[in-house]
Ligand binder design. Sequence first.
Ligand code: NAD
Ligand code: MG
Length: 387
Amino acid sequence: MTAKTVTILGATGSIGKSTIDLISRNPGRFEVIALTAHTDVQGLAAAARRVGARHAVIGSEALYSELREALDGSGTQPAAGPDAVVEVAGSGADLTMAAIVGCAGLAPVMAALKSGRTVALANKESLVSAGGVMTSAAAESGAMILPVDSEHNAIFQCFDHARPHGIRRIVLTASGGPFRTRSLEEMRQVTPAEAVAHPNWSMGAKTSVDSATLMNKGLELIEAFHLFRLGADAFDAVIHPQSVVHSLVEYVDGSVLAQLGAPDMRIPIAYTLAYPERMETPCERLDLVRTGRLDFEAPDLERFPALGLAKAILAEGGAKPAILNAANEIAVAAFLDSRIGFLDIATIASEALSVYDPPAPRSVDEVFEVDARAREISSDIVGKYLH
Ligand code: NAD
Ligand code: MG
């Protein structure tokens, strides 16, 4: 078997590290073309040495000489700057793992899609902001998008891609996050440290806060809408605190298919790395007897308004998802800096959506314009909620 060539965008993050872990457990199966990171030079250089990457790219230009030193004698070529990240993203690896967090991942993801190969997509924010633009680029180049997000990976595995007309409904599961049983009053007081401590999954800070507000599930409904082209009403979310059932696909005859597994991102990542084959992982095996019970409940949209916001704009589309995403990124950063309260995140996103209503972006440049303006507007709104 010839080695599959792989590039990892966001190699120093939670998804990036899990991907490196799986690649280093399978010597000879993968050949790493390039790794990228934003500012973590030492983490990037260590990962590049571990997998013998041909290139390592640091997003922050000022860190070039530090990276060159850290890679001395390794055989890995250093590079720096956002353009260099985009360049390696488009260099045509068999598989590009898109694991940058936020809309910052959009330009590299677009470059990877244009190369016409396979993109394993973790970076949901890019698809939320630029759904139509990204799926058109993939259709044009023939690129395949394999979803890494656990819910979408589950749906992908259960979805009859040849006969989508037989599918009636898609139900995404959500753990409910760390505040599932807290009252609104209690949620007003939560700290960034409490919000990033997720009960089941280990993730980067931004995605952890999104899971706590349920904005993550809202963004995921929009992500699912672009990946699995059914009508907007076909997508729903249910709370499932054990995170064992990763999502469900309901067929017109009443059959429901679901994918189950331990809550470990290495399972969906391995699915995308090995696709269309399967590969071993060191992940815990599902033991249903020990799990004992699987609970499901309806999400409370009053305590978690972010989910309602995303649901409301799912059918509308246009520029709204890009505005929701940009406002959320700004508000989450402000919350993580302890500048605003937890409940202000959804309020700020809602205000941004109500004051800014541009036409639907038709190109990636137009998405960037909407994203930039939405960030300015949201930063101003954040100013009203500072404490
Ligand atoms: P993380 O914060 O742990 O890592 C983010 C990575 O992106 C890092 O390597 C960082 O260097 C890079 N990065 C950040 N800003 C950048 C910029 N401006 N330019 C270039 N690179 C930049 O995030 P994560 O938890 O690994 O999540 C990555 C993506 O995967 C997110 O879109 C997230 O929503 C999605 N996702 C994560 C999980 C999870 O379990 N962690 C699950 C599903 C989906
Ligand atoms: Mg998910």
